[in-house]
Design a protein around this ligand. Sequence first.
Ligand code: WT7
Length: 626
Amino acid sequence: MGRRTIGPASSRLGRVCPVGMSLSHRALATPVAIAFQGVSDHSGLYKFSVNESDRFWGAVARQRLSWISPFHTVQNCDFSQGKIKWFEGGKLNVSVNCLDRHVHTSPERVALIWERDEPGTEVKITYRQLLELTCRLGNLLKRQGVRRGDCVTIYMPPCPLAVASMLACARIGAAHNVVFAGFSSEALADRIRDAQSSTVITVNQGVRGGKVVDLKRTVDQAVQNCPSVQQVLVAMRTENTVAMTDRDVPLEEEMMKEDVVCEPVAMDSEDVLFLLYTSGSTGKPKGLVHTQAGYLLYTALTHRYVFNYHDRDVFGCVADIGWITGHSYIVYGPLCNGGTTVLFESTPVYPNPGRYWEMVERLGINQFYGAPTAIRLLLKYGDEWVQNYNRSSLKTLGSVGEPINTEAWEWYHRVVGDGRCPVVDTWWQTETGGICIAPRPSDPEAEIVPGMAMRPFYGIKPALLDTEVGEVLSSNDSTGALCISQAWPGMARTIHNHHQRFTETYFQPYPGYFFTGDGAYRSKEGYYQIVGRLDDVINVSGHRLGTAELEDVVNQCPGVAESAAIGYSHDIKGEGECLPKTRSGKIMRRVLRKVVERNTDELGDLSTLDDPDSVHEVIRGHQRLR
Ligand code: WT7
C-alpha cells in the first residue's frame, strides 16, 4: 500500500509571515479546558457565556486568534435590523490563523490527510506544505487579476488544492463560493452569476466510488451562461487531458511558477470570508454570508469542545467541502486549532460497506463525524463490516444533518464505538456557522440521551416559541419553534445582495429572536430534541432541498399545469421527494404528506380546499406509482 507524502517539487521552505505573531502560542497548546475567574464547570461557564457574553467572547477571541490589530468592540448586534457585527476594529488574516502560526510551532505536523477514492492511496500534507500551496495559489490568483473583495467560485471535490484555494482566497482578501461538485451546470451557473465571480477553480475530472466524473465539462457548460467569468483554473485530479480553451489556466503548471511567499492581507473582522448557497422554502437558493473573525473563532471553539479534540488527534469528518459541515469541520475549525483533518473523497460503500471503518483503522481516526443517512445505510449491511476493523483509536462519534433515529444511534454507539465512545448528535445549520446544540460542549462525563441534541453550546441561548401565538414557552416538556435569543459570533451576517430576505426569513417571524426554521422539544430535564423543519424545506440524506425549486423544475415539463413537492419519510434518506401532479386546486403539502405515508384515513380537514376531488386524484396517482 503506497502511503505517500507529496509536496511541491521544490523543497524551499515557505517563509512564514510574521504578521499577527504578537500573540503567545500558549493558547494553541491549551488542552481541553476553559476557565474564567475560576469557573470551569459546564453549567457555571455556560451561564457566564450567555449572561456576560461580551466578556466571554472578548476573552476567548483574544486568547484563541492571532490578531494583526486588536478589536475595540466585542459585539454590535440588533436583531430587529438583522445587524450582526463582532470584533469591530480588529484586523486579522484567517489563513495566518490556520497556517502560519502552526508552521511556526510544528511545520512538519500533518494538516491534511487526503483519503482518496482508492483505499490505501492517501496523501499527507504538512502545515508547511499547505502554506506553500496556499501562497503559490494566492499569488496566482493575484496574477490573474483577483482582488480583495472579489468572489472566487470553487467547484472541486475534497482535495488539498481545494483547501488551499479556500485559504488562498482568505490570504489575499477574496471571498470564496464553494459549490458542491455534485451540482448540475445550471445550479453552478446560478451560483456563479449570483456571486458575480470572474474566476472559477475546478479539476479536470473527479473520482468517486470508482467512477470518473467530468467536472470540467460541467464548468464549461455553466460558464457559457456566466458573462462575469474571465478564467477557469483547472487542476489535474486524473491524468486524462481535457479540452482547454483560451479562458482556461492549467493550475499546477502556473502555480509552480509562483513564489512560495504571499503577504497576507489584513482583513477587518467583518469582511466577507465566504458565501455558501443553501435552499430556502421559497425562491432561489440564498447565498449566506459568513465573515472572518467571528466565524473562525466559533468553528475553532466548537471543534475543540464538542468533539473533545486534543492536539495530535486525527479528525475525520466525512462530509464534502461543498457543505457548511465541510467548511467548518474539515477546513476552518480543525486548521485553526492546528489539527490533522481528513479529506474524504469516496463513498461509505466503496469498495465495500467497510470503507469508513477500514479507513478509521488505517488512518487512526480519533473523532469520526458523519451523517445519519450513511449510518442507517451501513447498519443494513450488518455488524461484520464494522467488526472486521480495529476501531480502538476512536474517541468521539459525531452525527449531523438530520435527526438520528434511536436504532441508528444505538448501532453507532454499540457496534461502531463498541459502547465506549460518546455519540454527539450535533444540531446546527448553514446559517449558524457552527454547532449550536450538542450533548457535551465541555463536560466529558455529561449524560447523553440517545437521539437528543441535548444542550446549547457556550453563548447559545435557545428559546422555544409557540407557533400559533408567538409567545415564549418558558416551561420544560414543551414543543415549539426553535429560536435563538441572542447573537453569537458564528452566525451568518446576511444573504448576499438580499438583506431584506435575510431579516424577513430569520428575524421577522418571531421579533427579537433568530428563527431557525426547525421545531424542537425541550424535555423535563431541559434537554433539546430537534423535531424537524417547520417550513417547506425537505431534508433528503441530510441535504436541504427547497420545495419551490423542485416545483420550478417540474413545472417546466410539458403537460404539467402545477406541481407540489413534499417530503415523505424514507428509511435511509430521512425524507424522499415526491412529485405528484394535480390538475387543479391548491398545493396541499399537509395532505400530500399523509397520502404518501399511506395515512389516507387521516387526511384531516379538507374543507378549505378549492377542489377536494384533486386529493383523490393524487391518491389514485400515487397508488399507480407504487
Ligand atoms: C438543517 C440545516 C448542519 C450542517 C448540515 C446541514 C437539519 C441539522 C441536525 C440534527 C436534526 C438537523 C435541521 C437544520 N439538521 N443537524 N443534529 N438533528 N436535524 O446544514 O444544509 O444548513 O441544514 O438540517 O433541519 O435546520 P443545512
